[in-house]
Each structure stands twice: as structure tokens, then as C-alpha cells.
Ligand binder design. Sequence first.
Ligand SMILES: Nc1ncnc2c1ncn2[C@@H]1O[C@H](COP(=O)(O)OP(=O)(O)OP(=O)(O)O)[C@@H](O)[C@H]1O
Length: 181
Amino acid sequence: MSIGKKSETVKVVVRCRPVNKKEEAMSHEKIVEVDVKLGQVSVRNPKAAGTLLKTFTFDAVYDMLSKQHELYDYSCKPLIDSVLLGFNGTIFAYGQTGTGKTYTMHGLPTDSEKQGVIPNSFQHIFTHISRSQNQQYLVRVSYLEIYQDEIRDLLCKDNCKKLELKENPELGTAVCVCDFL
Ligand SMILES: Nc1ncnc2c1ncn2[C@@H]1O[C@H](COP(=O)(O)OP(=O)(O)OP(=O)(O)O)[C@@H](O)[C@H]1O
């Protein structure tokens, strides 16, 4: 997850999800240890009696018991606060399949304890707007999926727009609406 902040341009945080039932049933072992205070993740080698292989340090780490609101309050809220002051910001989740990106970003939006970064950000932004006076805000949302080199607009019912990713030397990577079906 990369997060712009006043003091630092990029923050990298790591979240380790709990071992799931399928992994337990297959007797997979946990090979990472998370030190929340030091912001470190240590990787052990299960084939060599758990010998420590390497320790990595991040801006913050979240262990298997971490709550959605802890990650939001510490690692995302400052960025949204700066966006509300007019700065640009990006939060993105990166990781192997099944590691918890969707859970962290989306979560279970119908359960306030388990809602993820996206619903928590929306709540934060719209609460701020509803309390502000003499200030106008424009909020725009897009929700795109890139899968196997194809891009789709997830807010467009029945995939009604044909989108393409284009590289432009001046604009960088841009999403183009090519055609209406
Ligand atoms: N922090 C967590 N606490 C409890 N369960 C979690 C946590 N993170 C992930 N899970 C569970 O682990 C499973 C995989 O998570 P998720 O679907 O978020 O992975 P993903 O990285 O988005 O996968 P993919 O790249 O394949 O879409 C889900 O069942 C999810 O509920």
C-alpha cells in the first residue's frame, strides 16, 4: 500500500492475513512473524527448523489480528485528510492472489467493523463534506478492473462501454472510451 503523507512521499505498509481453514487442513505452517511495534516482518524457513531467513522493515505492519479500523486510522486517514485539503493521494493494495487485498480495500461493507479502506474513505470524505460550510466539493468516482490485459468499467451495467488502455508519452497511461456498444 503506497500512501502520500505530508512528511513522506510514499509509505509502505504490510498486512499479514490469518491462516485460513483450507491451509490449516493442509497442515501449512505460518512462516512469518510480525512485530507491530518495530514495524518488522520476519520470514522463517519451515524446512530448517524455523531458521530466520530475513527481516524486513516497513512504515507499519499489521498482524493477523489487526482490525480494519486500525489500518484505516493509522495508515489511510492522514492521506484522506490531505486529499480533503486539495492534495493528490493514492492508496493501492499489492500482493499475490488470496493474500487479502480485497478484504483490506473492500472488506464487508455491510458490517461496520469489517468494512475496508474504500467504504471507510467514503464515510470519512462525506462526513467531512456534510460538516463543512461555505465550501463546495466535487467528488468523482470511477471503478475499473484490469484483468488479463483487458480493462472494464465496473460501474457500467452489462459492460456497456468499451475501454482501452493507451500509453501516451505526454499523458502517461490513459484510459480511453473507444466506443459505446
Ligand atoms: N485480515 C484478514 N482477516 C480475516 N480474513 C481475511 C483477511 N484478509 C483476507 N482474509 C480472507 O482471505 C481470503 C482471501 O482474501 P482476498 O479475497 O481479499 O484476497 P485477494 O488478495 O483479493 O485475492 P485475489 O487477488 O485472488 O482477488 C478471503 O476469504 C478473505 O475473507
